[in-house]
Design a protein around this ligand. Structure first.
Ligand code: ADP
Ligand code: MG
Length: 293
């Protein structure tokens, strides 16, 4: 395409709410055949809320909320914010943790009121040889099959309860997926979250292929593996966790509502955080470069 056509395409992008890093980006946009969508904050709103708690026998629910909320108050993860806010609403002021550590894609750990507390995935508890008792595991599975994220809480070497957190799917996500399909692209859902939760979200928006329980540092490898299969991959994400995958993908699309790290790593920014604009971007690139679909 001529420089003029590229400039017009870039300008048209801005009108549609697409910020394009450079003219060469349109060429990779045109060739994309697979679109990998991050779940939290991309397909879903990323505004999690605490919906409930299930306690192990003998555990006080307020104590569960206080200890878990205190630890999550120190984390910036959307799940952490939901738990800290929900806990503060119920129990008031939260204690300040000591020795706080965040384990990306797994959860958080630290000392609260003299207790060694863990909050996160079952895998995080597993690293400390802590198992979820049957009743908590059942509550967790039931919540996950409905698309809620169940966060395990343990202290002093024992599982104490499960917190249920849910995130609304964006109203525009299903339509966006349908549009991507209509353009001949294969959509896939990629997440660090549990498989049952991921499959429930995928079903609701019309995605068949789900890659779940992926650690943040492994998202890049998923993109590389798909590229190794001969695919030209677009990755759409919002989080700090997505930055490396966005940079590795043939085309990185960052949600404008997401983190600075994601926006810096992307080739395109979807200003309004509306996933339908990803389809607009592909259409624009094809049109600008004069390809007939
Ligand atoms: P996604 O890929 O959907 O954006 P992440 O990779 O950030 O999700 O997190 C994956 C999973 O790890 C979450 O679904 C949650 O179960 C767990 N997790 C991560 N951080 C935290 C935290 N601060 N508190 C509780 N759970 C967490
Ligand atoms: Mg995310």
């Amino acid at each position: 395409a001529t420089p003029t056509a590229l400039m017009v395409g870039t300008g048209r992008g801005a009108q549609l709410g697409i910020l394009i890093k450079g003219p060469e980006v349109l060429e990779s946009t045109r060739r994309v055949d697979t679109v990998v969508l991050d779940k939290t904050g991309t397909v879903t709103a990323g505004q999690m809320r605490l919906h409930g708690a299930v306690t192990a026998p003998g555990v006080d629910e307020e104590e569960l909320l206080r200890l878990a909320g205190a630890l999550e108050h120190a984390s910036e993860h959307p799940i952490a914010r939901a738990i800290a806010d929900g806990a503060a609403e119920r129990v008031g002021d939260l204690p300040v943790p000591a020795d706080f550590r965040s384990e990306p894609g797994l959860g958080v750990q630290g000392m609260v009121d003299g207790h060694a507390v863990l909050v996160g995935r079952e895998k995080l508890l597993g690293a400390w040889a802590i198992e979820l008792p049957e009743d908590l595991a059942a509550a967790k599975a039931a919540a996950e099959s409905e698309g809620r994220t169940a966060v395990a809480v343990a202290w002093d070497g024992e599982a104490r309860g499960v917190l249920l957190v849910a995130d609304a799917i964006k109203e525009t996500s299903a339509e966006a997926v349908a549009q991507l399909r209509a353009l001949g692209l294969t959509p896939m859902l990629l997440t660090g979250d549990n498989r049952l939760v991921a499959e429930s979200v995928a079903r609701e928006v019309g995605i068949d292929e789900v890659i779940a329980e992926v650690l943040p540092q492994d998202k890049v490898d998923v993109v590389k593996r798909l590229q190794g299969e001969g695919r030209t991959v677009a990755m759409v994400g919002d989080g700090v966790n997505d930055a490396a995958a966005l940079a590795t993908a043939d085309l990185g699309l960052a949600m404008g509502t997401g983190t600075d790290a994601a926006i810096e790593s992307g080739d395109l920014t979807l200003v309004r955080g509306d996933l339908r604009v990803a389809a607009d971007a592909i259409r624009l690139a094809r049109r600008t470069l004069g390809t007939i679909k």
